[in-house]
Write a protein that binds this ligand. Sequence first.
Ligand code: SAM
Length: 224
Amino acid sequence: RLSNRLKAVASFVDEGAVVADIGSDHAYLPCFLIHTKKVKGAVAGEVAKGPFESAVKNVRREGFSDAITVRLADGLFAIEENDAVDTVTIAGMGGPLIATILESGKDRLSQVKRIIAQPNIYSRAIREWAVSNGWKIIKEHILKEDGKIYEIIVMEKGQAVYEELELMAGPLLLTSKTDVFIEKWESELSEWNRVLDSLEKTIETEAIKTKKVQLARHIALVRK
Ligand code: SAM
């Protein structure tokens, strides 16, 4: 059974797409997309030998070796021109790692129409990468599974400008403000306050007081 997190990622893949799933691990996502006949074909890219072998094994066991090409490669270098990949999924990593992978392999994105990123933390890094590289956010989603909160950012080519708060919390997530979204920012706030409180015990500085006021203002804006 595929996790709700990866099912949500799959829901943003267009019918008939050709997908490259980067950091595919067991290749669960491409197998699901082929099994449900949602995509025409897929590439599963993995940089680590163990996960690569597990992807090869799973694809073979499911009988999908014709539809899914598994490649041992760093990031977007798993994509080759003849693959005709039009959609990239990249899930289950930190935002900064996803942004680094997108940046270092961006030459491989010329035929790609949509990127679906699911960062576990610090999604801001991906939004900043998008703004600097001519991608705009067309959809965002937030969900909670097994006590953890995940964000999904869907990007297509285009130019966008986001304000500070939008980069941090997500321009589209801010327009809907679901319960999970509020929960995420309430818990970020209390986590940061906890850190600042413990710092305050040892050093009482103006900078910490200012940061606390700033954080309270941010969360007030998020709640609004
Ligand atoms: N995408 C799956 C998911 O969301 O469940 C697996 C996530 S797993 C936590 C992260 C995977 O990304 C690991 O298998 C790791 O080897 C792979 N990975 C990390 N850096 C990578 C890179 N530069 N290129 C390709 N794969 C990478």
